[in-house]
Design a binder for this molecule. Structure first.
Ligand code: ZN
Ligand code: ZN
Length: 87
C-alpha cells in the first residue's frame, strides 16, 4: 500500500487542478499546468497566462466582445425586415 505518493516530492502543483505544474503564469505568478494555461501573444513573444488572467486581459475581452456586436446588428436587421414586411 504505497498510497498516494507524489510523482516527484519536489514537484510543484497547479493551483487550479493540482496537476503537476508546467510553469508560472506571466500575470499573477500562479503555478499552472498545461491545461490551465493559455499562450497569449505579447508584443514580442508569447506569454503563458493562466485562464483567469487571460480571460481578464484586454486582448481576450476584445476578441470576445465582437460577437455580441454583430449578433445585435443581425437581430436589429431581422427586426427591421419584419417591421417593414408587417406594414
Ligand atoms: Zn491545472
Ligand atoms: Zn494568472
Amino acid at each position: 500500500m504505497a498510497g498516494l505518493e507524489p510523482f516527484s516530492p519536489d514537484a510543484d502543483y497547479c493551483v487550479y487542478c493540482h496537476a503537476p505544474a508546467a510553469g508560472m503564469c506571466a500575470e499573477c505568478g500562479a503555478l499552472c499546468c498545461v491545461d490551465c494555461v493559455e499562450l497569449v501573444m505579447g508584443w514580442t513573444t508569447q506569454r503563458a497566462v493562466c485562464n483567469p488572467c487571460s480571460h481578464g486581459s484586454e486582448t481576450a475581452s476584445g476578441q470576445r466582445s465582437k460577437a455580441p456586436y454583430w449578433l445585435a446588428a443581425m437581430i436589429l436587421a431581422a427586426l427591421g425586415t419584419i417591421f417593414l414586411l408587417a406594414q
